[in-house]
Design a binder for this molecule. Structure first.
Ligand code: HEC
Ligand code: HEC
Ligand code: HEC
Ligand code: HEC
Length: 346
């Protein structure tokens, strides 16, 4: 990168880090504020029991996580009831707000029911339209060993087109994590008193501890931590997806309250981190994301610009995840969390 360019970026960085939450409230539609993009379409959810047949190992891991447990525990917690009460909501399990992030709904005939906590499909996408094709090696009697690389490639891209958040492109999954873990709902935080997102979230640490399920690589014999090259890519994808979600959350803020300031600070921190990464590696997608984030002030009343910047960051993240070669990212190794920091590691 040319020095002049680098210098210009520094100036930008200093100017945009001065958080300013002044300005008049946005006029975001009520529904827009409440909604989060991460919910599965209940009509397309098949339920985790369907996955168990072929993915018993992954299922066992999931059963040990708070994602699974929240189904039985959340509604019993006084803190949960207190939040729901402050928002004037009834049963924790039966209101659209809590259900979006804590549960999975499935429609059977005309009835929509809550069937589990944060499930396989919350992260991998509602499966009705991709279930069959994701597991087809190219014919009824073929096995993994018979599958050609071309067929594998096609299987992955078809599954993605049918709505699967396939780990072949980690951004698709990271986007889901951050859609919940930034809690982009102002009323939930400011009025309900819910945590303003998981402030320590970082994709490597949070996916490689208790949540980790990585069996295919070893044909089911062990739950391996991803390879160093993959962890590097995952780290950068996590920063970009978090930056995107934090910009979107900032765009939704209508007041200087806890939600708005936390979201803006989160976006500012991520912008700084990604900027630092862009100085360590040469990558056009990371560069695009940094430029987009630097171009917009983290202020109230800028929701359109913030959303547009977020969209550019998301697009860059997706392209990065699609094309990156982790072996070129060695310079960021010092930034990666150590295994001791993996969240809830056993
Ligand atoms: C009929 C068996 C079967 C069922 C049911 C099934 N899977 Fe799979 N799944 C497979 C096979 C086979 C693979 C490919 C493994 C490989 O890479 O060789 C796979 C791979 C995956 C992958 C890795 C990405 C990929 O495409 O290789 C994910 C994620 C996944 N399945 C999620 C799920 C989820 C979520 C469900 C339930 C909604 C599910 N699967 C149900 C057989 C199944
Ligand atoms: C936008 C996503 C989102 C929505 C909507 C949401 N939550 Fe949460 N909630 C989370 C996340 C993510 C966590 C974990 C936060 C963390 O890292 O500490 C959490 C944690 C909690 C906790 C703390 C859990 C514990 O183990 O102590 C409670 C209580 C809670 N939520 C209640 C609710 C209630 C009640 C509602 C509905 C009024 C709700 N949440 C709606 C995302 C959400
Ligand atoms: C549909 C919303 C949703 C998605 C998607 C989601 N989470 Fe969560 N996650 C939650 C909620 C809600 C909790 C807290 C559950 C509780 O304690 O009741 C949680 C808890 C966790 C925890 C436990 C935190 C702790 O230490 O207590 C980890 C780790 C975690 N999530 C990681 C991830 C990762 C990594 C991803 C993406 C690969 C992800 N989550 C995707 C909603 C979600
Ligand atoms: C919190 C989000 C989350 C949930 C819930 C989740 N996954 Fe995953 N899944 C991921 C991520 C992230 C990866 C990529 C893992 C990696 O590289 O460490 C992945 C990878 C996979 C893979 C390929 C790696 C392997 O060999 O296991 C399969 C298969 C899979 N998931 C199936 C499932 C099934 C089945 C469930 C439900 C029992 C499930 N997942 C629940 C996020 C999730």
């Amino acid at each position: 990168m040319r020095e002049s360019n680098r210098f210009r970026k520094m100036i930008w960085l200093v100017s945009v880090l001065i958080l300013d939450a002044s300005g008049s409230p946005l006029h975001a539609a009520e529904t827009d504020r409440i909604s989060v993009a991460i919910q599965c379409d209940p009509a397309k959810v098949v339920g985790s029991d369907t996955c168990t047949k072929c993915h018993e190992n992954e299922m066992r891991v999931w059963h040990e996580t708070p994602h699974f447990a929240t189904f039985d525990t959340l509604h019993r917690k006084p803190e949960a009831k207190a939040i729901a009460d402050k928002l004037g909501l009834g049963s924790v399990k039966r209101n659209e707000t809590c259900v979006k992030c804590h549960y999975t709904q499935q429609q059977v005939d005309t009835r929509v029911r809550v069937v589990s906590g944060v499930s396989c499909e919350s992260c991998h996408g509602a499966a009705k339209e991709w279930l069959e094709l994701h597991a087809d090696y190219g014919g009824p009697n073929l096995t993994k060993a018979d599958e050609t690389p071309e067929h594998r490639q096609q299987r992955v891209s078809k599954s993605v087109a049918a709505g699967m958040n396939n780990p072949a492109n980690l951004y698709l999954i990271a986007r889901q994590c951050l859609g919940c873990h930034t809690t982009p709902n102002e009323e939930l935080v400011n009025t309900g008193g819910h945590n303003a997102g998981s402030r320590e979230f970082e994709l490597v640490a949070w996916s490689q501890g208790m949540v980790r399920h990585n069996f295919l690589q070893t044909n089911g014999t062990s739950n391996a931590v991803a390879a160093q090259e993959e962890l590097r890519a995952m780290f950068v994808v996590g920063l970009m997806a978090d930056l995107e979600a934090s910009l979107r959350a900032t765009a939704k803020a209508t007041t200087k309250g806890l939600f708005g300031t936390t979201s803006a600070k989160r976006a500012a921190t991520l912008k700084q981190k990604l900027y630092y990464v862009s100085q360590q590696i040469e990558n056009p997608d990371v560069e695009d994301a940094v430029q987009a984030a630097l171009s917009v002030p983290l202020k109230l009343n800028r929701s359109q610009e913030l959303e547009a910047a977020a969209a550019t960051v998301g697009k860059a993240a997706r392209a990065f995840a699609e094309t990156v070669d982790g072996s070129t990212l060695g310079a960021i190794d010092p930034l990666l969390p150590s295994p001791e920091q993996y969240r809830g590691k056993k």
